[in-house]
Design a protein around this ligand. Structure first.
Ligand code: FEO
Length: 383
C-alpha cells in the first residue's frame, strides 16, 4: 500500500491474537502499522509485533527494491511496535536507530543493549533530513508511554502519531472508525487526557494532510472529525447526550430496576439510554460508554459488605482513567443491610466535578414504591 509515492505502508494484520495487551478482545483483529519513506536516505518508521517479523521484513524488502535502509525511527517502545528492533539492527548493521533517550533506556530493558554503534538520540524539535523529506520530532510523552515521540514530515504534510489516532481492528476488515477508536483510546490512553491535549495543541500549529498511526487506518480525509473526537475524549467532555445504566444483578432484581429506569428515561424523552450488564458484556465497551455519555447510573448489589465485584472493577477502570464532569446516580440493592450506594459514592469521591442526582435503595425484589423512586430518579437525571 502506498500512502504517497515515497511513503509506503509495510505493516501487518494480526488475526491470531486472543487479547490485545493481554486484556482487550479484538473481534476484528489488530493492525501493527509500519512505514518506510523512500528518499536519498531511507527511513523505516517502527517495527511490528514479534509474531510478524518475517512478514514485515518481506514487506520492507519489497519496497526497498534491493536498497538498504539508513534509519529505523522508533516512535514508541511498547513491544507491539518495538519487538523487531533487535532483528532490524542485526540485519542492517549500518542503519542508525533513531529514538528518544527514554526509548534507548527501555531498549536496555528489552534487549540488554541500547545498540551503541547505531544509536541516534532525538528529542522534541530534532530533525532527520532524508533528501526531499525531513522528519521533525514532537514530544508526546504518555501518549501512551513516557518515551513516545511523534514526527511530522513537512513535504507530504504527514503526521506520524504513534498510538494516537489508533484503533482496534485489522486493516482488512471494514468497520466504523469511531467505535473501536473510542474503545481503544479510553481503554489504553484514557488516563492521559492532559498529555493528549498538550500534543493536540502542538498539532494545531501544523498543516496536516495525512495522519499515520501505529494502529488502524491511515487517515487522509475529513481530519477535523478525528481531531475533534480526540479533543472531546482527552478533555473528558461529553461526546453524546444520553444516560448509561451500568448494573450487576445476582437474581435479576437489580436488573429489573435497571430496565425499569431505562423505560422511564425513554418515556421522558431521553435521547439515548444504554443498559449494560457488567458481568456479561465487554468491560472495555462499558468503560467507553461511561466516558461517551454525559450521565451514568450505577446499579449494584451489596456483597460481602462491599459491592459486587464487576461493579468494583468497572468503577476502578473509571477512576484510574480520570472519570470526571459527569452526572451520576446510584441504585443499590441489599437483602438485609444495603451499603452499595455509600461504597460507590466513596469510590468516586476523588473524581472531579461529579454531580450526584440521587440514590434509590431496594431491599430484595423491586416493589411499587421503588418504581416511584426510580421514576423520580429518571426526572432528576433528565434535569
Ligand atoms: Fe500500540 Fe502503546 O502500543
Amino acid at each position: 500500500m502506498h500512502i504517497s509515492n515515497d511513503i509506503r505502508y509495510i505493516g501487518v494484520n494480526d488475526h491470531q491474537i486472543d487479547l490485545f495487551e493481554g486484556q482487550y478482545v479484538v473481534p476484528n483483529g489488530m493492525a501493527y502499522n509500519s512505514y518506510v519513506i523512500m528518499d536519498e536516505k531511507i527511513a523505516v518508521l517502527d517495527t511490528v509485533d514479534r509474531h510478524f517479523g518475517a512478514e514485515w521484513f518481506a514487506n520492507l524488502e519489497k519496497e526497498l527494491g534491493g536498497r538498504q535502509p539508513d534509519y529505523l525511527v522508533v516512535h514508541h517502545m511498547e513491544p507491539d511496535h518495538s519487538a523487531n528492533i533487535g532483528n532490524f539492527a542485526a540485519k542492517y548493521p549500518n542503519a542508525k536507530i533513531v529514538a528518544s533517550l527514554p526509548a534507548f533506556n527501555m531498549m536496555k530493558n528489552y534487549y540488554e543493549t541500547d545498540f551503541p554503534a547505531q544509536k541516534m538520540v532525538v528529542k522534541e524539535g530534532s530533525t532527520l533530513a532524508l533528501g526531499k523529506h525531513t522528519l521533525t520530532f514532537i514530544g508526546a510523552a504518555m501518549v501512551h508511554w513516557p518515551e513516545v515521540l511523534m514526527s511530522y514530515e513537512s513535504t507530504e504534510k504527514a503526521l506520524f502519531t504513534a498510538d494516537g489516532f489508533g484503533k482496534f481492528g485489522a486493516l482488512d476488515v471494514e468497520e466504523d472508525w469511531a467505535c473501536e477508536a473510542r474503545r481503544y483510546y479510553i481503554g489504553i490512553v484514557g488516563k492521559f487526557g492532559a498529555q493528549v491535549q498538550t500534543v493536540l495543541k502542538k498539532a494545531a500549529a501544523l498543516d496536516i494532510q495525512t495522519i499515520c498511526p501505529l494502529h488502524g487506518p491511515v487517515l487522509t480525509e475529513n481530519l477535523g472529525y478525528y481531531i475533534n473526537l480526540y479533543d472531546i475524549w482527552s478533555s473528558y467532555a461529553v461526546e453524546s447526550e444520553g444516560v448509561m445504566i451500568a448494573y450487576t444483578s445476582v437474581y435479576g432484581n437489580t436488573k429489573k430496576a435497571a430496565e425499569y429506569l431505562a423505560e422511564e428515561l425513554e418515556a421522558k424523552g431521553c435521547p439515548k439510554v444504554v443498559v449494560c450488564d457488567l458481568a456479561r458484556e465487554d468491560m472495555a465497551e462499558a468503560v467507553e460508554d461511561a466516558f461517551r455519555y454525559g450521565k451514568l447510573v450505577l446499579a449494584t448489589t451489596t456483597y460481602n459488605g462491599d459491592i459486587f465485584p464487576f461493579m468494583r472493577t468497572f468503577i476502578d477502570h473509571l477512576t484510574e482513567r480520570n472519570f470526571q464532569n459527569r452526572k451520576v446516580a446510584f441504585v443499590e440493592n441489599g437483602s438485609w443491610a444495603p451499603v452499595a450506594a455509600k461504597v460507590m459514592a466513596k469510590a468516586l469521591e476523588g473524581s472531579k466535578n461529579i454531580e450526584v442526582a440521587g440514590t434509590v435503595t431496594i431491599k430484595g425484589a423491586l416493589k411499587e414504591e421503588n418504581k416511584l423512586q426510580l421514576a423520580e430518579l429518571a426526572d432528576s437525571m433528565m434535569q
